[in-house]
Ligand binder design. Structure first.
Ligand SMILES: Nc1ncnc2c1ncn2[C@@H]1O[C@H](COP(=O)(O)OP(=O)(O)OP(=O)(O)O)[C@@H](O)[C@H]1O
Ligand SMILES: [Mg+2]
Length: 393
């Protein structure tokens, strides 16, 4: 049974579609309540949320615990719990239904699992007007804004990738770079490490995640406020004028922007790299950053390659992409840190999980729990088929 639960968890992390489907099924099954809030009401409240609570909600839906959420949004666990409580209040999640006590957090997740996929599909994240400027994070003169970037102090391997990317950005002045790869392979972690390594070469650095699915105008307002160094920059309702203003900043200063989880706004449909209807205007942003002259750089991380990157990239062009593979033997450090034994078999385990650090972390915990950390016992047992659910995710 534990094995099954863990394999579910692996799939959650490794495939966004499976994640969505499983979340809806699992949470519906777990709570079994009937909800009275309409999609319309849910959407209205969701749209009014500022980026942090929005991210908390999405991370909850992804099955993250308080500790993981606190790392992702750069807040304490107590703040995360406060956000969850506020979200329950905002969405009027009851603590009791028909006299039966309910877990409000689970109810909130179930409600979100029920409606969030519809919101994304129906283009419910309408391009907000400049009213959103008032909900932007407060203005800061600090030349770096890491906006909830996860901690990358524990970092193994990737020296080739780092030197390639540094060469592209610092020596060859690339304007637009995509870090691509399967879920959990380490795109976000590498983006943080890279940005930390090269921050000195830039006047200003900003790191943002698109997991909260911001409208492009919201994101542009955030970036323009940061790069223009003005608390109240003159923003337009028109995306093209705001992109123009951002590019002015990109020409004047050397700016570094990291947009993590760019795939959050892609359609996940049959055509790779296409946008959800609601977010087609992001295409304009990438095109103009990739094509127009300036001295700045946008790095994005994504499961899929956005089509503009595919159209504009080239070995000697200022638009490039890097496909991330597994950690290889550097993953041994990760297994060591998890306190596993039978080192002679670690290579097999790493190969089995294609060096995917997230998958290895999860399976390492399982091995620790069920096999007292012994990788050989785990691998031998896998031949019996008992743990095949874990292996073949
Ligand atoms: N080079 C590394 N050294 C140590 N740990 C790593 C490394 N790369 C990734 N990890 C760990 O693996 C996990 C997944 O990494 P990360 O979140 O960066 O993956 P991702 O590709 O961005 O995943 P997703 O597609 O879900 O956003 C994290 O817990 C992270 O700390
Ligand atoms: Mg990521």
């Amino acid at each position: 049974m534990v094995v099954f639960v863990n394999s579910q968890k692996l799939r959650f992390h490794c495939d966004y579609k499976v994640l969505q489907v499983n979340c809806v099924c699992v949470f519906k099954k777990q709570t079994g309540i009937h909800r009275t809030m309409s999609l319309e009401n849910f959407t209205t409240i969701f749209e009014q949320l500022t980026p942090k609570p929005k991210s908390v909600l999405i991370l909850l839906l992804e099955g993250k615990d308080d500790e993981e959420i606190s790392q992702e949004i750069g807040a304490t666990e107590a703040t995360v719990r406060k956000h969850v409580q506020n979200l329950c209040d905002r969405f009027e999640v009851p603590s009791e239904i028909a006299g039966i006590k309910k877990n409000r957090r689970q109810e909130l997740i179930a409600l979100t699992a029920q409606y969030l996929p519809d919101i994304a599909k129906n283009r419910a994240f309408a391009p907000e007007k400049v009213r959103f400027a008032s909900s932007l994070p407060s203005f800061s003169q600090n030349p770096q804004d890491w906006g909830g970037a996860p901690d990358a102090s524990v970092f193994y391997g990737r020296s080739d990738e780092l030197s390639t990317l540094q060469q592209w950005i610092v020596e060859e002045n690339c304007r637009l770079i995509a870090l691509l790869g399967m879920a959990g392979i380490g795109k976000t972690t590498l983006s943080v490490k890279l940005a930390q390594n090269i921050q000195e070469k830039f006047d200003r650095v900003i790191w943002r995640s698109l997991r909260g699915i911001p409208s492009l105008n919201y994101l542009l307002a955030d970036l323009i406020q940061f790069f223009s160094k003005q608390a109240n920059p003159n923003l337009s309702d028109r995306v093209d004028l705001n992109i123009f203003q951002l590019l002015e900043c990109f020409r004047r200063d050397r700016c570094l922007v990291i947009l993590d989880s760019f795939d959050a706004i892609l359609s996940h449909g049959d055509f790779a790299g296409h946008y959800q209807d609601a977010h087609k205007d992001y295409s304009q942003l990438l095109k103009r950053i990739g094509q127009e002259p300036h001295q700045s750089c946008l790095i994005l991380t994504s499961l899929e390659k956005p089509r503009e990157i595919a159209l504009l990239e080239g070995e000697t062009l200022p638009v490039r992409s890097l496909q991330l593979e597994g950690l290889g033997s550097a993953a041994k450090e990760l297994l060591r840190a998890k306190g596993l034994s039978a080192e002679q078999r670690w290579g097999t385990l790493i190969k089995l999980y294609r060096g995917n650090p997230l998958a290895l972390k999860i399976v390492a915990s399982t091995i620790q729990e069920l096999f007292e950390g012994n990788v050989a016992d785990f691998l031998d047992m896998s031949l019996t088929g008992i743990v095949q659910d874990i292996i073949f995710w």
